[in-house]
Design a binder for this molecule. Structure first.
Ligand code: NAI
Length: 484
């Protein structure tokens, strides 16, 4: 239980400071102008209210852009409860503004319950994640980013069926122990809570690569409890947010954290998937020399053909000035690497979870010292006197040290989210316990909604051309296997 929990005007919430709402509202107003896809959906669905009756439990970075998503879901008729999916990613002014709402005041909030603030402890994070399920009748839809909310429901149901939460073992990390404790407390209060919640959920739409991987694993094991929409692999999500979003927010995070000159520096990008490509573009755009590490020969070849050097981390660890992980994998930068880095080398991660960089191992180096330069920027001084700078404690530094991706690209991602929520809510029973993607025509619609804002003049197919290439004049224009 957090001492931040309050109920005012019938709205339950836990945010840093409600008086930040006005500052948040100004930013939301500007973001709305940059989010044409979401605003078009508000207009399109204003009368039909397709989400009337929807009770959405959301776990996704509580930023200004997410505020526009939340208020779009509400504009389409939904009730919403929200938490952030990362301890450092909340913009406190956005969280406050969502609670107060466009028509409320600090004394009389009229908005949406939010449980999020920048700099949560892990205990507070899981407490907030649990609060999103607190609708009196339970939620019937979920929005997730990274799969933590989905994990909570699935673990809750598993332990309720077993009648008990297992005790943590030696191998369980700190975070899993906290999850178990959170669920044990809930189970003691209500032994069938998550079982009821899971039965009422029509589906989840998942935002990111790591969360989508978790959904497919659950589905393959036959353990997925409700339908899942893979929003990440809409083309207008992963080929835009993951790539062009990072191109913007990686340099932003590095600048705000360290203000170090990027031009001329040797930057090592681990992973050359969508996020890695954006990261490399970002660093190259600032004049850095970029080296890529990859395990996939296709992505390694792509990096090489893009003019980048491809090396193993071992080969460049002493030369690099900046190291950025983008793999979504575990143990990519180990303590042995960090010990060999140059004095004041910068280490940051933009993959979803914090285990790409061995932070736990770093803290255990005998004699190592950690100095806080400022929140989310730490100097780690090795016993030999040399230091490295670690950003956001190894968590998503583009959100921890900056404010994540800009509104325009998030409008693409979140327009997919809203369409997935409408699809799940308005077609109960239509989807099974599997993972689905939005049809390509809707993917193309998302792109279309963003063209005018950039003054794009799209060429129209003639009927003859459409017949020749075997598509409809209105689309979809590509087969599902097309890779963009
Ligand atoms: P992806 O699957 O396209 O790319 C990951 C790449 O890392 C792959 O090419 C893979 O071969 C490579 N890789 C895996 N293990 C490696 C290792 N040990 N060494 C070097 N390379 C390795 O995934 P995507 O979409 O690029 O996402 C990557 C991560 O970023 C995920 O965790 C995702 O959830 C997260 N993400 C973060 C965002 C942010 O704002 N920070 C935005 C979108 C995604």
């Amino acid at each position: 239980m957090s001492d931040k929990l309050r109920t005012v005007g019938g709205i339950e919430f836990a945010v840093a400071d409600l008086t930040l709402a006005e500052a948040g509202r100004h930013q939301i107003r500007l973001a709305e102008h940059e989010m044409p896809g979401l605003m078009a959906l508000r207009r399109e669905y204003a009368a039909a209210q397709p989400l009337r009756g929807a009770r959405i439990a959301g776990s996704l970075h509580m930023t200004v852009q997410t505020a526009v998503l939340i208020e779009t879901l509400v504009a389409l008729g939904a009730e919403v409860r929200w938490a952030s999916c990362n301890i450092f990613s909340t913009q406190d002014e956005a969280a406050a503004a969502v609670v107060v709402g466009p028509d409320g005041t600090v004394d009389e909030p009229k908005g949406t319950p939010v449980f999020a603030w920048k700099g949560e402890t892990l205990e507070e994070y899981w407490w907030c994640s649990e609060k999103i399920f607190g609708f009196p009748e339970g939620p019937n839809l979920m929005v997730d980013d990274g799969g933590d909310a989905t994990l909570l429901v699935h673990k809750g149901v598993e332990f309720e069926a077993a009648g008990a939460v297992p005790s943590a073992t030696e191998e369980d990390g700190e975070e899993y122990r906290i999850i178990l404790a959170t669920l044990a407390a809930g189970l003691a209060e209500d032994p069938k809570r998550f079982t009821r919640i899971a039965a009422g959920i029509r589906g989840v739409s998942e935002e990111t690569t790591n969360g989508v991987n978790r959904l497919y694993k659950l589905a393959e094991a036959g353990e997925l409890l409700f339908p899942g929409f893979n929003v990440n692999d809409s083309v207008t999500k992963s080929k835009f947010d993951n790539r062009y979003g990072i191109r913007h927010s990686l340099a932003d995070g590095l600048n705000r954290a360290t203000d170090v000159m990027l031009g001329g520096k040797l930057a090592v990008v681990c992973g050359y998937g969508d996020v890695g490509k954006g990261a490399a573009d970002s660093l190259r755009g600032q004049g850095a020399r970029v080296v890529v590490t990859e395990i996939d020969p296709i992505c390694a070849l792509q990096a090489s053909m893009d003019g980048l050097e491809v090396r193993r981390l071992d080969e460049v660890v002493e030369r690099g000035d900046i190291f950025i992980t983008t793999t979504g994998n575990v143990d990519v930068i180990g303590v042995e690497h960090m010990a060999r880095m140059k004095h004041n080398a910068i280490v940051g991660n933009v993959g979803h979870f914090d285990h790409e960089i061995d932070m736990a191992g770093l803290a255990k180096v005998p004699g190592i010292r950690r100095i806080e330069i400022k929140p989310q920027v730490h100097e780690w001084v090795f016993p030999d006197g040399h230091s490295i700078l670690v950003l956001s404690e190894g968590r998503l530094m583009n959100l921890g040290n900056a404010t994540g991706h800009p509104s325009f690209v998030m409008s693409n991602s979140f327009t997919n989210q809203v369409l997935a929520q409408v699809e799940l809510f308005t077609k109960p029973g239509h989807y099974g316990r599997a993972v689905y993607r939005l049809p390509k025509l809707l993917d193309e619609k998302v792109a279309r909604l963003h063209l005018d804002a950039l003054d794009v003049h799209l060429t129209e197919l003639t009927k003859k051309q459409a017949e020749y290439v075997g598509v409809d004049v209105e689309g979809p224009y590509k087969p599902d296997h097309y890779r963009y």
